[in-house]
Design a protein around this ligand. Structure first.
Ligand SMILES: Cc1cc2nc3c(=O)[nH]c(=O)nc-3n(C[C@H](O)[C@H](O)[C@H](O)COP(=O)(O)O)c2cc1C
Length: 313
């Protein structure tokens, strides 16, 4: 174990009032039920485990098939299937706590009211959470069915209402499918958000050339994995340069070198997603890889390396 890892301080960071032991998080929806990967490595070593996004009620999601592997990524149309926030509160939370996981709870609603009801439910356990991440990709049914992040004006009320209810750092997760990331980040900050996480998946599709049928029953899905890394990196770099809020970078990170690239592009922390499906211990390897890189480059804290590429460009 090298010095940066041993004293742990070198890898730590804060978002809002929460201290994270290192900058390696796992992404919502890509880490099973938050505990299963403990069979492969000690998940308490992670900076944070972001849960699957929970809505107020259980959701069945889209019809199968809903996963298609592409040449350099994965298309999914899971459709936000989840067991509902009560499942997290009654069952999942204590399992994750038993394993010592630091938790970022991801939630979504289809209007501000649903978000508020979820926030009221999590109020009682807010001390157990490092942060709450708002997944704003659900179509807002009351506002013409457009996703919140497609219309930055709708983000403000969601963030401020939740901030009024819970006292937990708030992360706003944005989609690259609309060219509104900067505007949305500004509105998020004005309404009390503590960080932005980017990117969610990029809309894509695939067809079978023999049957002419779409590979996904939903026709379109979200592309993730190595194919989206340059796009994600660009959005992280562009947003971090604006210094609006701390940026958690994700999209195609598959090895420690990818993670370092996001950190030097300005991300304060990174998220590992699709790579967990390929190598279940990759996140642990990424923590070790970042620490080794910091030692070899003479960095004694994350602050010394975050944004290095911004300064050089
Ligand atoms: C199967 C699957 C399910 C996902 N479910 C969610 C979700 O519930 N909430 C969310 O905010 N993002 C979800 N995502 C998006 C990821 O959290 C992440 O933003 C995206 O996949 C980019 O990172 P990656 O390329 O490392 O996977 C999901 C992604 C995948 C592949």
């Amino acid at each position: 174990m090298n010095e940066v890892l041993k004293n742990n301080k070198g890898l730590s960071l804060t978002i809002g009032k929460s201290l994270f032991k290192n900058p390696v998080f796992v992404n919502s929806g890509t880490f099973a039920g938050g505990v299963e990967y403990n069979a492969f490595f000690d998940i308490s070593k992670l900076g944070a485990v972001t849960t699957k996004s929970f809505s107020l009620e259980k959701k069945e999601g889209n019809a199968p098939p809903r996963i298609w592997e592409t040449s350099s990524g994965m298309l999914n149309s899971i459709g936000l299937q989840n067991e509902g926030i009560n499942y997290f509160l009654d069952t999942q939370l204590c399992k994750m706590k038993e394993l010592g996981a630091d938790i970022i709870l991801s939630i979504f609603g289809c209007d501000t009211e649903e978000f508020k009801k979820i926030a009221a439910k999590i109020k009682t356990i807010e001390k157990e959470l490092k942060a709450v991440e708002l997944n704003l990709s659900c179509p807002n049914v009351r506002e013409g069915g457009m996703a919140f992040c497609a219309a930055p004006g709708q983000i403000g009320p969601v963030v401020s209402e939740i901030k009024n209810i819970i006292d937990v750092p708030l992360i706003v997760k944005l989609s690259p499918n609309f060219n509104t990331i900067i505007e949305s980040a500004i509105i998020s900050k004005e309404n009390g958000a503590d960080a932005i996480s980017i990117i969610n998946t990029i809309t894509g599709t695939a067809f079978d050339i023999e049957t002419f049928k779409p590979r996904l029953a939903n026709i379109s899905g979200g592309l993730s994995g190595p194919a989206i890394k340059p796009v994600a990196l660009f959005h992280v770099y562009r947003l971090a340069k604006e210094k609006i809020l701390p940026v958690i970078g994700m999209g195609g990170i598959s090895c420690w070198q990818d993670a370092v690239e996001f950190l030097i592009a300005g991300a304060c922390a990174i998220g590992v997603g699709t790579a967990n499906f390929i190598n279940p211990v990759i996140s642990e390897k990424i923590i070790e890889g970042i620490a080794g890189y910091m030692v070899s480059m003479g960095f004694s804290s994350l602050d010394e390396m975050v944004g290095k590429a911004i300064k050089e460009s």
